[in-house]
Design a protein around this ligand. Structure first.
Ligand SMILES: [Zn+2]
Length: 313
């Protein structure tokens, strides 16, 4: 009996801490809202889609990184249910696509990509696991398996992929759902079968501005050759399992502005009130950035609200 009461008390304490953390992180997000003083080049529009998803629009061309709109529930993952990508969500959130770039193939980065490619006719770029996933949808020919550091171009966009690694979410010593995506049948694609595959950092240049996207909070320090990036789109989920992540990545990229991503609760549908993932701790992230570089500004984006004004989309 006493043990049970103890568990209940622990549970309540945990919930109270989580609630406090959430309130504190919402406040941090507001305080660190993307600064108006940072002007994007005229006509460039950048939108955070939640998770590590971003939309870039310039001169009528739209490029996405890691768009995830289906938003399966936590119960679907726990019960290992096969969840099909949501065509309705893709129709609602993906207006057009000229290319989709994919940093790794976990479901919250890649599961909607084949549907986006089928709907828009665009090509997709990533590793061998992405090509395999596209093949399950009969779209392998749309996939470009990238060569590290090779420059690709789509209209005014230029981009290359940098070898990277995934944060070791399972207690710091193993990547969850690691290895290549090898499942042979779409109707067996439970969330756990969206294996990670090769992980990439993505450097993207448009309108004279350089962005660097790191979808998972780890890196291979020596592989990063891009420096003095204008904006670093920094995935921060799982960073507590990566020793000195913020310090190391800031040192490697020397960015002028850091934009955190992947701190929202991606088990919630897109479009509702913002819900943050309480165990990621955005507030502590701000402190880690400050410790790594006193001068480096942080700009938190609002999900679905673009910065910059696109003249042509
Ligand atoms: Zn992942």
């Amino acid at each position: 009996m006493l043990a049970t009461l103890g568990h209940v008390a622990d549970g309540l304490k945990y919930l109270a801490t989580a609630r406090r953390q959430h309130a504190s992180d919402l406040l941090t997000a507001k305080q660190l809202a993307f600064p108006h003083s940072v002007a994007l080049p005229h006509g460039l529009e950048v939108t955070w889609l939640g998770t590590a998803g971003f939309r870039f629009a310039y001169q009528g061309v739209v490029v996405w990184i890691d768009p995830y709109v289906t938003r399966m529930g936590l119960g679907d993952v726990v019960r290992r249910r096969v969840v099909a990508p949501s065509h309705a969500a893709v129709d609602r959130w993906i207006d057009r696509a000229d290319a989709v770039l994919v940093g790794h193939t976990h479901f919250d980065h890649a599961m909607d990509v084949p549907v986006i490619a089928a709907r828009t006719g665009c090509g997709v770029y990533g590793g061998g696991s992405l090509e395999h996933l596209m093949g399950l949808h009969g779209l392998a020919d749309r996939a470009t398996v990238v060569v590290p550091y090779h420059d690709y171009e789509i209209g005014p966009f230029k981009f290359h992929f940098v070898p990277s690694v995934h944060s070791k979410l399972q207690l710091g010593f193993r990547v969850n759902y690691g290895g290549e995506l090898t499942c042979e049948h779409l109707d067996e694609m439970i969330p756990q079968r969206y294996r990670c595959g090769q992980v990439w950092g993505i450097a993207l240049e448009v309108a004279g501005m350089r962005f660097y996207h790191q979808g998972s909070a780890d890196l291979l320090d020596d592989e990063i050759r891009d420096r003095d990036m204008d904006v670093f789109l920094c995935g921060i989920a799982g960073r507590r399992f990566t020793p000195h992540y913020v310090q190391r990545v800031v040192k490697a990229l020397a960015p002028k502005l850091i934009v955190p991503s992947h701190f929202d609760d991606f088990f919630q549908p897109l479009g509702g009130d913002p819900k943050l993932s309480f165990n990621i701790n955005l507030t502590a992230f701000a402190d880690e950035v400050h410790a790594a570089s006193h001068e480096l500004p942080i700009g938190v984006l609002e999900v679905g609200r673009p910065i910059g004004v696109s003249s042509s989309v």
